[in-house]
Design a protein around this ligand. Structure first.
Ligand SMILES: [Zn+2]
Length: 236
């Protein structure tokens, strides 16, 4: 019997449903992949064929968190322990891929804290259930891709990469800056920076000038893992 393989995108992920033709879709089988457009293909339901098809249709997606800010006489803004600071708390909301509901409360993740997955296989930095529909999702952080925000980038109003999230079942959104940052003045003085109010102002005695940070911004964008065959992962 011919079947329809229905693939659609929601919040950076896709659902796949295999049904006999001319019937309503059953519960979707969730897969950690994304496609650009909805596609419905006639397909016979043999799992080996489906497995062969999906990589061609779909590409796994990740969420890149980038930040920007207006730096005054400061450079190299980054978490206090560096871009992969194990204890920097990342606060953000999550949008459910099942029902589209955005959580009211922010979630918090940090590199050093992991919890077991409900399946018992492996760990994640966040496991959470949607309050509205009950769907469970999880988030893994992928380190090694962040860079400090420099004064030059700030002057060009550019964003710099901070962290990559492998988020399943949820789309991360509404990042909030917390305490736990550092930056260096152009005279070389190090400052501990608290961005929980979105601003920072101090005076650099060594350089004899004020230093400050205003207009902090953050965004999540969808990136894909570039296949580099065994070498260090890169994301585009
Ligand atoms: Zn939901």
């Amino acid at each position: 019997m011919m079947h329809n393989l229905t693939v659609w995108r929601g919040c950076g992920r896709i659902s796949v449903v295999l049904t006999p033709r001319q019937t309503e879709p059953s519960s979707p089988l969730l897969l950690p992949y994304s496609v650009c457009n909805k596609s419905i293909l006639p397909w016979s339901p043999r799992s080996s064929q489906i497995r062969a098809l999906i990589p061609r249709l779909l590409q796994m997606v990740y969420y890149l968190l980038s930040i920007a800010a207006d730096l005054d006489n400061l450079t190299d803004l980054q978490p206090r322990g560096g871009c992969d600071d194990p204890t920097y708390p990342y606060y953000f909301k999550v949008k459910c891929e099942g029902c589209g509901e955005t959580s009211l409360k922010e979630s918090c993740v940090m590199i050093s804290e992991q919890v077991p997955l409900p399946t018992g296989k492996g760990v994640a930095h966040l496991v959470q259930k949607c309050k509205l529909c009950g769907r469970e999702g999880n988030v893994q952080m992928i380190t090694g891709h962040g860079q400090p925000l420099t004064l030059q980038q700030s002057q060009r109003e550019e964003y710099c990469k901070l962290m990559i999230f492998d988020s399943r079942g949820f789309e991360p959104t509404d990042f909030s800056f917390a305490d736990g940052w550092k930056a260096q003045s152009i005279a070389g003085t190090s400052f501990d920076v608290d961005l929980s109010t979105g601003e920072f102002a101090e005076y650099d005695d060594k350089g004899k000038h004020p230093v400050g940070i205003v207009n902090v911004r953050a965004k999540f964008s969808i990136v894909r893992r570039k296949d580099r065959q065994g070498r260090k992962d890169s994301f585009i």
